[in-house]
Design a binder for this molecule. Structure first.
Ligand SMILES: [Zn+2]
Length: 599
């Protein structure tokens, strides 16, 4: 991801409790304000319940009706705008084709804060058709769209660009269009999307980070998560003396003879649109290599501002250990042909594929703070460890819809704990995990509505990781767990998947029915609560789960820490004999993320 802030949860909670008639001040609501103005206001369903006979009212109610059946799980999420519906849906004009390749070839003028050029988009038709959907924010001009030398017609609607072809495009055939555009990308979103800044020495510093706003805020593309091309070229012309660092392998640079130099990068893999990145500045470079398990060499390249070179050489020494830890658990770095890069940027960090951007002040922790407050985070650079973890979960394995983004964030937060375990052992990993608990809100489900450009709440990070740790305890066999983790990643690498794929895989490979467990953590707000009922005399305790999933069943360790006993509670009362009294009777809540209610 993208980066969460150190937020004031209390104020959020208060507003939530103030009533469903308010738009939540959550991540979701904040992000939806970054979308362009839309004729459909973002408003909760309850606010539109009264009859409104105006055309706008009727349209609003039609939208609410449409949404009722797609959003049963998170009734308090803000309603998507028309923009969100077009961005989020994998509609017929997206589904009729498969992306093959992009060549983004642009010029960036720092003085005018202007981008111009073209994206060559190659795609294969999956069925006959005369129209495809691409995306480009309305703030940018479309100069022309060409198929060969033929100018194509198009319609723009709230960020979507429907491109029409004069003749039928045929199923199975590959086509290539050149999409010319220009304009000033409007700064929007947490990191600005595309920002035109100066570095502390006064040099031009232009960067992109657009996961939440979408890549189409600065370049034309098929702006969704499900479909990725197979490779990409990125060519960026910038004034002489500046450099552009993008994703992939640096192929070279060419002096264009008009005061500009073009920097060419080649990406040898599929890439998420939001991962495509520009970093234009007065960069200096240093690098190293490390051995890959396959016998190859991984090129590791670092681009920083000259004044930070010495600090970077010290801090980036952590990169090799990070790669080594993740390779240990999951297998080799996913983008060897493109190499691994850290690129200094003016915001905290982002997982841009093979070119992770870094702005963590060359300090351990998160912006110098031990932000899980348990004394572990200060041992490592949070941004190097977290954002690079996304190379495995987020960039290699990608969710098909932002609704299921926990596949990126829950897993990558879990990867942080694996890094801790690899370096300092299981006890410290559990301690680190414990530091995640106070960050969980449990007010809304993790998985958001599909097809409406929804962003899950921040619980996707911490609760997601705690759920995965719980799963390890359910498996209760570490040798098996490590093998499963490795196999899970290897099975889905380079794929775009949904929560159902994750759950089905774990069910199949553990032989357990884990669906109610995944559902409880991902699709309901509360976590399971273990009800313990003690009699007046010691010797017996009754137990059951209080959960939203009727068939919720999960083993759990109870008793005392030096003598855990595994019980198998369901949502029906059972009992066990125990010599431990009510006060001393414990539940292993560091191994299972559950609530406990003793009576
Ligand atoms: Zn992240």
């Amino acid at each position: 991801m993208r980066f969460f802030g150190l937020r004031n949860y209390a104020s959020r909670l208060l507003v939530v409790l103030a009533g469903a008639a308010l738009v939540l001040p959550s991540v979701c609501a904040q992000q939806s304000t970054t979308a362009p103005a839309s004729p459909t206001p973002v408003a909760p369903a309850t606010a539109t319940a009264q009859t409104d006979t105006t055309p706008e009212g009727a349209a609003k109610q039609a939208l609410v009706k449409k949404l009722e059946h797609v959003r049963p799980i998170d009734a308090v999420a803000p309603l998507p705008s028309q923009y969100d519906l077009l961005r989020g849906a994998y509609g017929p004009f997206r589904a009729n084709n498969h992306l093959v390749y992009y060549h983004l070839d642009i010029r960036v003028d720092p003085e005018k804060q202007w981008v111009s050029g073209k994206n060559t988009i190659r795609f294969k038709m999956l069925k006959d058709g005369t129209r495809i959907q691409l995306d480009l924010r309305d703030t940018l001009a479309i100069d022309k769209i060409l198929l060969g030398d033929k100018t194509l017609k198009y319609e723009r609607e709230n960020g979507a660009v429907f491109v029409d072809f004069p003749e039928t495009l045929h199923e199975g055939r590959t086509y290539s269009i050149d999409f010319y555009y220009s304009g000033h990308p409007e700064e929007t979103g947490r990191f600005g999307g595309m920002t035109f800044k100066k570095d502390p020495s006064g040099h031009v510093w232009i960067n992109t980070a657009c996961e939440e706003t979408g890549a189409s805020m600065w370049w034309p593309d098929k702006d969704q998560w499900r479909d990725e091309g197979e490779s990409m070229d990125i060519s960026v012309a910038v004034p002489n003396g500046l450099m552009d660092v993008s994703n992939g392998k640096l192929m070279g640079h060419t002096d264009l003879g008009d005061g500009y130099t073009r920097w060419d990068w080649h990406v040898s893999y599929g890439i998420n649109n939001y991962d495509v990145s520009l970093n234009i500045g007065n960069y200096v470079h240093f690098g190293e290599e490390m051995d890959e398990p396959s016998g190859g060499k991984l090129a590791m390249d670092y681009y920083v501002l000259p004044e930070d070179l010495d600090k970077a050489k010290v801090q980036f020494a952590q990169a090799k250990g990070m790669i080594e830890a993740y390779q240990h658990y999951f297998g080799e770095y996913p983008f060897i042909k493109d190499g691994y890069k850290l690129v200094e940027a003016p915001y905290s960090g982002m997982e841009h594929q093979s070119a992770v951007t870094y702005g963590n002040q060359f300090k351990n922790g998160y912006l110098g703070v031990d932000w899980t407050h348990v004394g572990i985070n200060s041992r490592f650079d949070f941004i190097i460890i977290h954002e690079s973890g996304h190379e495995w979960f987020g960039n290699s394995i990608t969710a098909q819809d932002s609704s299921d983004m926990w596949i990126h964030e829950g897993w990558t937060t879990y990867l942080e704990t694996l890094y801790v375990e690899y370096r300092w052992g299981h006890d410290d990993a559990l301690k680190y995990m414990g530091g995640l608990k106070p960050k969980v809100i449990n007010l809304r489900p993790i998985v958001a509505e599909r097809g409406v450009n929804a962003q899950p709440t921040e619980d996707q990070y911490f609760k997601g990781a705690l759920m995965i740790n719980t799963l390890r305890s359910v498996v209760n066999d570490d040798a098996k767990w490590w093998a499963l983790l490795h196999e899970f990643y290897q099975h889905f690498k380079y794929q775009n998947i949904m929560t159902e794929d994750v759950v089905a895989w774990w069910n199949q490979h553990t032989g357990l029915n884990l669906t109610p467990i995944f559902n409880q953590y991902l699709r309901h707000a509360p976590i399971p609560r273990l009800e313990l009922l003690f009699g007046e005399k010691p010797g017996m305790v009754m137990y059951k789960w209080d959960a939203d999933e009727d068939d919720f069943a999960m083993p759990v360790k109870v008793g005392t820490a030096d003598h855990w006993e595994i019980v198998h509670p369901t949502t029906k009362w059972q009992w066990m004999q125990t010599a431990v009294g009510k006060d001393d009777f414990k539940v292993a809540t560091d191994l299972y993320y559950v609530d406990v209610n003793k009576q």
